[in-house]
Design a protein around this ligand. Sequence first.
Ligand SMILES: [Zn+2]
Length: 121
Amino acid sequence: MASLICKGRLDFLSGEQRAELSRHFKKPSKTAMPHQLVVRLGLEYSEALAVLAVLEAEGLCENQLLIYHNCEPDVPAGAIPYGQGFPNLPWVCPLCEKSVEDYNELSFDVIATSMHPIEFV
Ligand SMILES: [Zn+2]
């Protein structure tokens, strides 16, 4: 069990929110997306992103940028490591095989996958 010390970095998390995060990440290979943390914990979107960024900086999670194409807005069409910017254009959508030349056809989200059980302390 890896401990993530929230003091000094994620001071906005209440004890209850830390306990909820610890419950969520009790098993390895758990995923989390910012909007899920917003709903589940009542965080601001920016706070949820901060939680995922600290988890990755500590080597506890791997974060990916999910790529959605407007052919299937609810199904991720691809993923690249988070922090490398956006995919190069033209980008070929594996779902519809269209060559995308405009970022307006794409949308993005972040997903974190934990590598260890994590306790938020
Ligand atoms: Zn597509």
